[in-house]
Design a protein around this ligand. Structure first.
Ligand code: AMP
Length: 217
């Protein structure tokens, strides 16, 4: 991979937890390698522990420029990684999340907990409401991402979430394939048009029964 074209930057959201099943660490390492190999740079939460640490170290070893965005408070809690090419220390979690979203040309969500899920949903909602038009992919390691997909589908089935919003998401179990897919989308000219009528809940008809089918009639 030459650097004649600018390297797109991927923001990765993932776990800070330790003591995880090694399958999740392995997936993070594979995804980190794929980031560097496919010619992307990395932005992430800046920690040195959990999946965050694995992905940052392997991405950098594979050629990615690594930027961590972390709060002052979490510098010690998450062992801010001093190997980052750039470590940005911010004042608040809100600012951390804002920069994580703004600096990426696309997003990958690996296995994680509440923090990862919050970042995932905020980024997805950002795309749905037209705050950005960047691709979003879930890495589905041993089925871990499936409940997120099912929750969104549950919302679609009951008319709270538009199916077009779910269609914005990619879910892939192979780290290399997900990285390649996101990379291809990030370097392609972005022709995405924000179609509010297809994406926003208030424009949908949901699955509520037509007025003449209601039981109370
Ligand atoms: P977790 O999935 O809970 O292990 O969290 C993953 C990462 O998200 C950790 O670096 C957390 O510090 C971070 N995080 C949790 N909540 C927020 C938030 N509100 N804004 C930004 N980052 C967060």
């Amino acid at each position: 991979m030459t650097d004649s074209v600018p390297r797109p930057t991927i923001t990765v959201y993932c776990a800070s937890a330790r003591g995880l099943d090694p399958i999740f660490l392995e997936a993070a390492r594979h995804f980190g390698e794929a980031i560097g190999r496919s010619g992307m740079n990395l932005v992430y939460g800046g920690g040195g522990i959990g999946l965050m640490g694995e992905i940052a170290r392997t991405a950098q070893t594979s050629g990615a420029h690594v930027t961590g965005i972390i709060t002052e408070q979490f510098l010690s809690l998450e062992q801010g990684w001093d190997g980052c090419d750039e470590l940005v220390v911010v004042d608040s979690m809100r600012e951390r999340k804002r920069q994580l979203e703004e600096r990426g040309d696309g997003f990958a969500i690996l296995a994680g907990g509440l923090g990862t899920w919050e970042e995932f949903f905020e980024t997805l909602v950002g795309r749905v409401i037209g705050r950005h038009s960047k691709p979003i992919g879930l890495l589905n390691t041993r089925g871990f991402a499936e409940p997120l997909w099912q929750l969104i589908s549950h919302g679609v089935d009951h008319g709270f979430v538009r199916s077009a919003a779910r269609d914005l998401l990619w879910m892939e179990s192979d780290p290399q394939l997900l990285a390649e897919r996101l990379h291809a989308a990030m370097v392609a000219p972005n022709s995405a048009v924000h179609d509010a009528t297809a994406l926003l809940p208030m424009h949908g008809l949901g699955n509520s029964p037509a007025p003449d089918q209601r039981a109370d009639r």
